[in-house]
Design a protein around this ligand. Sequence first.
Ligand code: NAP
Length: 316
Amino acid sequence: MSVMKICMLGGTGFVGRSIASKLAAHGHEVRVLTRRHERNRDMLVLPTLTLAEGDVSELGFLREHFQNIDVVINLIGILNSSGKNNFQRIHVDLVNKLTEAMQQAGVRRLLHMSALNASKEAPSKYLRTKAEAEDQLHQVSVTADFAVTSFRPSVIFGPNDSFINRFAKLLRMAPKVLPLACPNARFQPVYVEDVAACFVNAIHHYDTFGQRYSLCGPKPYTLFELVTYIADLIDARCRIVRLSDWQSRLQAGVMQWLPGKPFTLDNYNSMKVDSVCDSKFPEVFDVTPQPLEAIAPAYLREPQDQLDLFRRLARR
Ligand SMILES: NC(=O)c1ccc[n+]([C@@H]2O[C@H](COP(=O)([O-])OP(=O)(O)OC[C@H]3O[C@@H](n4cnc5c(N)ncnc54)[C@H](OP(=O)(O)O)[C@@H]3O)[C@@H](O)[C@H]2O)c1
């Protein structure tokens, strides 16, 4: 595999870090654009990685950093919209700038992160703007002469994920009862290293040019099943109570006003569509997706949980 010059947007996040590590391991030169150089200095341990601080919404900044770049990877996405940081600006306007800058700098390859169920008819703005961005990229790529591949994962898990870890935290904090919104929502979690492998394998693979891939792990779960599994793993004692649809909506309506917006009406709406795949993991990437059960125990249990489990097993 020849060495490539790759520029990543959103490369400092949960998924971006896995992709960046794999790219560096293959010897590729990786430039990561970030709003916060200092906060992400730890990434500089990767020998072929550099960080560039700036505003990705500025065309000039993108154009400057796309010079002599073979591949752009766009991972920027938000789950909650507020003020300037809104879905339209971060998902749609950004890809317009991105394609303009790519054309000006002559970049011919783009890997883009979308989301499963992204559709212009989706019930949530998160999914609608993801779809708008994805469709625009694929349309523009035809006339602008660059090859795009889009990835549409279900929820992604791994040591620093925000989904599984968040429920583990809530279960540890909940005194006796955890009221669970949207308990029947369905997900098919996919391992972050498998997603990262798809990105890396797609770079040179001509069959993936112009394609969109849904990425799911091997097994679907309801949210209730997932949270119950997490509770068993960390030996949480609280009872998980399934909220009805109107109670879930009410919880979202209230929680979206809390600091950090832990759960919003848009999140609630996005869970109305099952986040599961109707076909197998795309064979083109030569990846066998890992089940949650093979990975989560190692990162979810705190040292004390691990010790307790060891004691319980020893007593048997
Ligand atoms: N995690 C999942 O379960 C999941 C599932 C489906 C799809 N996705 C998609 O996958 C992508 C990556 O997800 P992730 O979990 O890795 O996200 P993440 O950890 O939140 O990282 C996203 C990165 O994007 C950059 N970013 C965020 N808001 C920005 C803004 N307003 N302006 C400029 N840059 C901004 C940040 O980089 P700096 O702070 O360094 O600037 C951040 O490191 C997203 O597009 C997401 O929608 C994720």
